[in-house]
Design a protein around this ligand. Sequence first.
Ligand code: DC
Length: 215
Amino acid sequence: MNIAIDGPAGSGKSTVAKRLAKGLSFIYVDTGALYRAMALYCLENDIDTKDKAKVSEAVNDMDIALKYERGTQIVLLNGRDVSGLIRTEEVSKNTSVISAYPKVREKLLGIQQDIAKKNDVIMDGRDIGTNVLPGAELKIFLTASVKVRAKRRYDELKERGEDADLYDIEKDIKERDERDTNRDIAPLRKAGDAIEIDTSSMTIDEVTKKIREMV
Ligand code: DC
């Protein structure tokens, strides 16, 4: 069985998908991590992420793979575990830029579809219901107001002991929304047969329970 969860940054996708996957014994696939690994490669190799031609060429030098250790997803970039390194705000911003490039998306499509073909998965991203798994048995589109999503990210960073500014986070989220929604290929969009859930005033438990009932 394949479950697709799409939505903008901070809508609660990964938290809810992880919980559901655990309860159902499904594999949780965080597709954003694949795009993040590619952005990290660019940053580490001084490739300007705004340079579409350079990034598209560099895609050939990137070997991206996923593996699972005790239910936790590990992202490998040319054989190296980069799961921790891809979680910075700098990587977030640059990922949103490179994920608009066709060569980047082409490279990752097969990896995602292959895992879903072989396993029961809950996959989260931006174009899972519309593009990666159009035949998924259940499609969820999670949303929340920009203010709520920024506050969630802020709390998350604070909890990790990192410096955070609510205004900056809100600005970043708006920019990423704009790019992810308005790009030409595979933009963030609700699939026609997806069920939309606004999580702005819901707890994680409430959202998880609601989707679990649908499953
Ligand atoms: O879910 P995330 O925040 O880790 O995603 C990071 C970026 O990757 C996001 O700005 C858009 C891009 N992305 C995408 O284009 N398609 C996906 N299926 C997942 C993520």
